[in-house]
Design a protein around this ligand. Structure first.
Ligand code: IMP
Ligand code: MG
Length: 187
């Protein structure tokens, strides 16, 4: 009998870090954690574009709560793998979050600059509560103290792409998360 073939790995990836099946299993688990936190209450999701779009779409379908969804855009790296200075808000909220339970959803917590800025900005809008959920956490890279309430996976200090995460806007549509080959980490 021929050996079972593992799915083809994208040629620009050094290796697959988290398979599609593991991602989806963990997203289901996060859905259960959200249910434990919020019960049947309504909450407002603030998704950080573009990286968190795929994760947000899968996560929201794991809960049956009434949810409101807003998207926010914060300046990113451009075609670089290192965060450049202070993140800038490019497109803000459209929903009013005062008196609401707010869940910020992002793809990855790296230096912590983006999410600490966003969380304090939202706290200033008098919400009922603010929580943060990230799919990935690179704990070793933190430059400002910040922890998320819910974390999908802790990962090592490697530049990763796929499942929403990009390098120069590419690779967001890969179904798994992988480490980009060093020779591909140039614009
Ligand atoms: P922070 O402000 O340094 O925490 O940066 C967070 C943002 O940087 C994330 O929302 C991502 O858009 C981006 N980022 C950080 N690490 C990676 C990575 O390994 N791959 C792709 N994007 C990343
Ligand atoms: Mg991002």
């Amino acid at each position: 009998m021929p050996a079972k073939k593992s799915p083809a790995i994208h040629p620009d990836l050094e290796k697959v870090l988290i398979t599609e099946a593991r991602i989806l299993r963990r997203v289901k688990g996060l859905g259960r954690e959200l249910k434990r936190i919020y019960g049947d209450q309504e909450f407002t999701v603030v998704s950080v574009m573009n990286g968190a779009i795929l994760f947000t779409a899968d996560l929201l379908r794991q809960v049956d709560n009434p949810v409101r969804l807003d998207c926010i855009r914060i300046s990113s790296y451009g075609a670089m793998t290192e965060s450049q200075g202070i993140p800038k808000l490019i497109h803000g909220l459209t929903l009013d979050v005062s008196g609401r339970h707010v869940l910020i959803v992002d793809d990855i917590l790296d230096t912590g600059k983006t999410l600490s800025l966003l969380a304090s900005m939202i706290r200033g809008m008098q919400p009922r509560s603010v929580r943060v959920c990230v799919l990935l956490d690179k704990k070793g890279r933190r430059q400002v103290p910040f922890e998320a309430d819910l974390v999908g996976f802790q990962i090592p200090d490697k530049f990763v792409v796929g499942y929403g995460l990009d390098f120069a806007e590419r690779y967001r549509n890969l179904t798994s998360i992988g480490v980009l080959k060093p020779e591909r980490q140039q614009a």
